[in-house]
Each structure stands twice: as structure tokens, then as C-alpha cells.
Design a protein around this ligand. Structure first.
Ligand SMILES: Cc1cc2nc3c(=O)[nH]c(=O)nc-3n(C[C@H](O)[C@H](O)[C@H](O)COP(=O)(O)OP(=O)(O)OC[C@H]3O[C@@H](n4cnc5c(N)ncnc54)[C@H](O)[C@@H]3O)c2cc1C
Length: 373
């Protein structure tokens, strides 16, 4: 019998497992994948991600992973560009490959004392007396395995199996606005994370591990058929039509296959109930245009851990603490959620860009002041 079973051990599940294990709970984290492995995602880290990595004692390992640590995150719209990386921010801008970042986090969860089982696919939840009481899954060898816990957390991503099993309702939904295709290139010359919107199409490039850059484009969903027909040509057109990157793109060489997402419909999900909870994309999903999913998953892991640990400490009111966390999450993210939807809908303007710059700087100043206090 575990205190908590976590389904999904990436950027939401692994730090949650780490925090709960550090808090003295008996934790099992399972993932059907094995590490190191990628997941469909680009991987620029925003917000307070690096501060959290430092608190979880894994930042140095991430920074040592043959990764450029930069001081500029440049965003542009229709010929106007600004650096949104706050000068006050003590941390660099980084974009570690998910195979690197997720593996470091999963290992850290294991080192903290959580039991980690990979190659383990959850196939159903045990429900007893109206409560979720455990999982039934298949291990790597194909054996059926039953495990019980007081709480099962779905940190199992955008198509959350746990959410579907408990029938967790979605709210404040937004439709698919945009699509993205990307690949890894060598010979990309840059010392910044860059995203430039030109005529409603974004060209982006993030230097990442092993001398490569993640390079891709964003298009309105109405262009899906045209872009999907030849994503590589569409990326080339997005860069050729953009004065900030056209020249450099001609010298870059693609070295991995093209990957793509044909859209992300945004939502919040009811994320706590009897014996279950949701964290990360399973609980709160939005279009990746502003690269906030990992930062949001990190914050959610911390706040979900705080709620669970507080519930255990006060003797059995975990669901109440989790419900309060869900309310706070919805309130704290409302403005960012609306902005994300606006930008994904092609609504980024110069004023909007300056607003994003001011918000990022304001948040860095607030964190700086809080640290100094
Ligand atoms: C195209 C694209 C680009 C993006 N770019 C960025 C970016 O630049 N920056 C950023 O911050 N965010 C970005 N995001 C968002 C980011 O990828 C997500 O927000 C983040 O991965 C959510 O993490 P998670 O841990 O909640 O879920 P995931 O990372 O999806 O992990 C879920 C895990 O659950 C496991 N799982 C699922 N079901 C089961 C089951 N039944 N049994 C066992 N295991 C299971 C899966 O194997 C998986 O490993 C992007 C997303 C997309 C689609």
C-alpha cells in the first residue's frame, strides 16, 4: 500500500514524486515510457522553472548537459523585437531536450526515495466505495500488476487516462487556434531563444543540447492542410519571409525528422476528487505558443505536493487541500491563460509584446525582492 501513486513521471509527475518522497510519503511513480525518451514538445523553459530546478537540486546537472545557457529571449512581431529575458533574472535562458530534462527529473525522484517503474502502463483504476483506491497496470514483461494507494494522481499529460477514468469535467475551454511543426538543425547561429511573428506566422529557434537548435513554425489552424502537406517547405517559407532569421536559416541543416502538433485545444479540468487528483497538462492545458507548459507543470507539481503534504499532516483532508489548490490555480493563471489564447489566435501586437516584457520583468523583480527579504 502506497500513500500516493503517480501515473506519468515527466515534468509534472517526477517533481511531484520527488517532493512527496522528500516529505516522507511512500510514493510509486509509473510511466509507460522508459527514460531517456522525448515527448512531442519543444522545450524552452520560462517563468520560474530554473528556480524550481535549483530547489529540487537538479539545476546544475541540467546546466552541465552540453547546453547553451543564454541571456536573451527575443520575441518579435511584424519587424519589432524585444528581449524579454529580465536583466534581474539570475538564471540563464535554456531549452534542454526533454530526453535530458525528464530523465534528470525522473532519476532525482528515484534518488529522493520514490519508487519509479518505467515501461509500466496503467490500464484501469480500482474504485471502492466511491473512491479511487489504486491502479491495475501491465509491467514491462506484460504481467498484470495491482497496486493500492490512498491517492492516485494523474500526471499523465494532455490525453490523461486518469482524467477519463474519473470523468473529470473540463471548464473554460478554448478551441484549437494554431498548429506547429519543428525539427532539430545544426549550424544555427544564435545566442538567443528567438520567436518572430510575421504576417500571422511565427518562426522560432531555440539552441539546445549537443550543438543543435530546435527550429520550427507556428501557423493559424486554418492553414493546417497547406502546412501538413509539406511541413519542411512551410518552415522554410516561414523563415524566408522573416527578416530576423531568413539569412541564418539558409545556412542551417536539418538533422532529425520533422515533428508536429496539429493543435492544442485549451482547458482546465476538475482536478481533485475522492482518492484522485490531476497535475500538469492533465489538469490545465493550453496552446504551447508562449512555452509555458513546463513552467506550469513544475509549479503545479510543487503546489500539488504542498496540498497533499498538508492534507497528510492535518490527518485526512487531502481532497479539501487539493480542491483549494485547484481554485488557486484557476485564479492565478486566468490572465496568462487569456493572453496565451490571444497570442495563439494571432492577436500579438507591439503593445502586447511590450506587455509580456513588462510582466516577465515584473515577475522577476517580485521574485528577486522575495528572495532578498
Ligand atoms: C508541440 C509542443 C511544443 C511545446 N513546447 C513547449 C515549450 O517550448 N516550453 C514549454 O514549457 N512547454 C512546451 N509544451 C508543453 C509541454 O510539453 C507540456 O506542458 C508538458 O509536457 C506537460 O507535462 P506533463 O508531465 O503534464 O505531461 P507529459 O509531458 O505529457 O507526460 C505524461 C507522461 O504520462 C505517461 N502516461 C500517460 N498515460 C499513461 C498510462 N496510462 N500509464 C503510464 N504512463 C502514462 C506518458 O508516457 C508520459 O510520459 C509544448 C507542447 C507541445 C505539444
Amino acid at each position: 500500500m502506497y500513500d500516493v501513486i503517480i501515473v506519468g513521471a515527466r515534468v509534472a509527475g517526477a517533481p511531484l514524486a520527488l517532493r512527496l518522497a522528500n516529505g516522507g510519503l511512500r510514493v510509486l511513480a509509473v510511466d509507460r515510457t522508459s527514460f531517456p525518451s522525448d515527448v512531442l514538445s519543444t522545450h524552452m523553459l520560462t517563468g520560474d522553472s530554473l528556480e524550481r530546478l535549483e530547489r529540487w537540486d537538479v539545476l546544475d546537472e541540467v546546466l552541465r548537459s552540453d547546453l547553451p545557457a543564454l541571456r536573451r529571449i527575443v520575441m518579435g512581431v511584424d519587424g519589432f523585437a524585444v528581449n524579454i529575458h529580465a536583466e534581474l533574472n539570475p538564471y540563464p535562458a535554456i531549452a534542454p531536450r526533454r530526453s535530458v530534462l525528464d530523465t534528470i527529473l525522473a532519476d532525482a525522484a528515484g534518488n529522493a526515495g520514490a519508487e519509479l517503474r518505467t515501461g509500466f502502463s496503467v490500464q484501469s483504476l480500482i474504485c471502492e466505495d466511491g473512491r479511487i483506491a489504486g491502479i491495475v497496470g501491465r509491467d514491462r514483461a506484460g504481467n498484470e500488476v495491482v497496486e493500492r494507494a490512498r491517492l492516485v494522481v494523474g500526471a499523465d499529460g494532455r490525453n490523461s487516462f486518469v482524467a477519463r477514468q474519473v470523468d473529470a469535467p473540463k471548464y473554460n475551454e478554448r478551441p484549437v487556434r494554431a498548429i506547429t511543426y519543428f525539427a532539430y538543425y545544426k549550424d544555427w547561429e544564435s545566442s538567443a531563444m528567438e520567436t518572430y511573428v510575421q504576417d500571422g506566422i511565427a518562426a522560432y529557434a531555440f539552441p539546445t543540447n549537443w550543438g543543435l537548435a530546435c527550429i520550427g513554425g507556428y501557423w493559424p489552424v486554418a492553414k493546417l492542410d497547406e502546412v501538413r502537406a509539406d511541413p519542411e517547405a512551410a518552415i522554410a517559407r516561414a523563415f524566408a519571409g522573416n527578416p530576423f532569421v531568413a539569412e541564418r536559416f539558409r545556412r542551417a541543416r536539418r538533422v532529425e525528422r520533422i515533428q508536429g502538433s496539429t493543435g492544442t485545444a485549451a482547458y482546465y479540468r476538475r482536478s481533485a476528487g475522492p482518492g484522485w487528483a490531476l497535475a500538469g497538462d492533465a489538469a490545465y492545458l493550453k496552446d504551447p505558443i508562449l512555452a509555458s507548459g513546463i513552467a506550469d507543470a513544475f509549479r503545479d507539481a510543487d503546489n500539488t505536493a504542498d496540498a497533499i503534504l498538508a492534507g497528510y499532516a492535518t490527518g485526512g483532508t487531502i481532497e479539501e487541500h487539493l480542491a483549494k489548490h485547484e481554485e488557486r490555480r484557476a485564479r492565478a493563471t486566468a490572465a496568462a491563460y487569456a493572453l496565451n489564447d490571444l497570442v495563439a489566435s494571432g492577436g500579438l501586437t507591439r503593445e502586447g509584446l511590450l506587455g509580456i516584457q513588462a510582466a516577465v520583468r515584473g515577475a522577476a523583480e517580485a521574485r528577486h525582492a522575495a528572495k532578498a527579504a
